[in-house]
Design a protein around this ligand. Structure first.
Ligand code: NCD
Length: 309
C-alpha cells in the first residue's frame, strides 16, 4: 500500500483519497494498545525547522519522530543564523548536508514547503505555510471526527471564524470534502475572502447562526491577530458578540454536536472557555490524534524512502 504515499507531504491538495485513508488507518493501527511502534526512523535524523511559533505541532512531531527511533534536531529562528539573515533555503540546506533525511517545516510564507521540496533532496513535511496549508492538522481533525462519529462521509462540518488567515480551514475543507463531508465556512465578511465556495467546494455564510444549523461538528478558528492587517474587526469583544461560539449558539447545531478548535485558543473571543472544557469538546482528543497522525505520516514517508532505496 505504501506506493500510494507521496515523497513529501506539502498539502492536502495533491493527496489522493486512498493515501489520506492510509494515513488515518495507519494512525489508528499504530496507536492500538499493545502495538509496538516500528523503529522505521532508526538511524535517521528529522529536522524540525519551525520559523513560526508552535506548541502542539512541534511537540507532537518531535514525539512522533522519537517514537519511531529518529534523532531530532530543532532550528529555532531566534537562536540560529536565521536571526543573522540566513535564508530559509540556506538554513534547511545546511542541516540537510549534515545528514537529515526528513525536514518538518513551518513558515510564515505560503508556498515555503513547496519551495524547499523543489530545491533540496530532503523529504519535506509541511507543518503550516502561511495561510496556505496545514495538512497534518487536517488529518488529525479528520481522525478525531472519525474516531468519535465512526465516519466522515455525509457529515456536516461547520468551520467558523477567521477563515481568511486560516491554513487549518483550507486544508480541513480539502480533506473533509475528499472524504465525503459537507463543509461550511462561516466568518464575518471582512474575514471571508471571495471565491471560497468555488475554490473549496464549501457553502459560505457571513453569519455564524445559519452555518451551525444541523451541523454534526463545529470547528472554531482562532482569530489570527498576528496575520491580521488593516483592522477588519471593530474589537475582539465585538467579534465575540457576533461570532463567538457558545452554548446558546451550539444549540442550533445537531443535538450532541461536537466542538473542535485547533488551538491555541483565545478563550472568550472565538470560543467560550466553558464550552472548550465541556463534555462536547474534542480539543484534547485533537491533540492526542496529532501524535498518532504525525507518527503515521513519518512512518509512511520513511517506509516510502526505504522502498525507493
Ligand atoms: C494552527 C496553526 O498554526 O495553523 N495551530 C496549530 O497548528 N494547532 C492554528 C492557529 O494557529 O490558529
Amino acid at each position: 500500500m505504501n506506493h500510494l504515499f507521496p515523497r513529501h507531504l506539502l498539502g492536502i491538495e495533491g493527496l489522493t483519497r486512498e493515501a489520506a485513508i492510509e494515513i488515518l488507518d495507519t494512525a489508528d493501527t499504530l496507536s492500538h494498545e499493545g502495538v509496538s511502534v516500528p523503529a522505521t526512523l532508526q538511524g535517521k535524523t528529522v529536522l524540525m525547522a519551525f520559523f513560526e511559533s508552535s506548541t502542539r505541532t512541534r511537540v507532537s512531531f518531535e514525539m512522533a519522530a522519537k517514537r519511531l527511533g529518529a534523532q531530532v534536531v530543532t532550528i529555532a529562528p531566534s537562536t540560529s543564523s536565521v536571526s543573522k539573515g540566513e535564508s530559509l533555503l540556506d538554513t534547511v540546506r545546511t542541516v540537510a548536508a549534515m545528514g537529515s533525511e526528513i525536514a518538518v517545516v513551518r513558515h510564515a510564507r505560503s508556498g515555503a514547503a513547496l519551495f524547499l521540496a523543489d530545491r533540496i533532496a530532503t523529504t519535506i513535511i509541511n507543518a503550516g505555510d502561511g495561510t496556505h496549508e496545514h495538512p497534518t492538522q487536517a488529518l488529525l481533525d479528520a481522525l478525531t471526527i472519525r474516531r468519535k462519529l465512526g465516519r466522515i462521509e455525509g457529515l456536516t462540518i461547520a468551520i467558523c471564524g477567521d477563515v481568511a488567515h486560516s491554513r487549518v480551514a483550507r486544508s480541513g475543507a480539502l480533506l473533509l470534502r475528499l472524504l465525503g463531508a459537507h463543509v461550511r465556512f462561516a466568518g464575518p465578511p471582512t474575514l471571508l475572502p471571495p471565491g471560497m465556495a468555488d475554490a473549496y467546494g464549501v457553502s459560505v455564510y457571513d453569519r455564524i447562526e445559519p452555518a451551525l444549523e444541523g451541523a454534526d461538528v463545529v470547528m472554531a478558528l482562532r482569530v489570527q491577530q498576528e496575520r491580521i492587517a488593516g483592522n477588519p474587526l471593530p474589537s475582539l469583544r465585538e467579534y465575540n458578540r457576533i461570532f463567538g461560539l457558545n452554548e446558546q449558539r451550539l444549540a442550533l447545531a445537531k443535538p450532541g454536536a461536537w466542538v473542535m478548535h485547533p488551538g491555541p485558543m483565545n478563550r472568550g473571543v472565538e470560543i467560550d472557555g466553558a464550552l472548550a472544557d465541556g463534555p462536547r469538546s474534542l480539543v484534547l482528543d485533537q491533540v492526542k490524534a496529532g501524535v498518532a497522525i504525525r507518527t503515521a505520516v513519518l512512518h509512511l514517508v520513511a517506509t516510502h524512502q526505504a522502498l525507493l532505496g
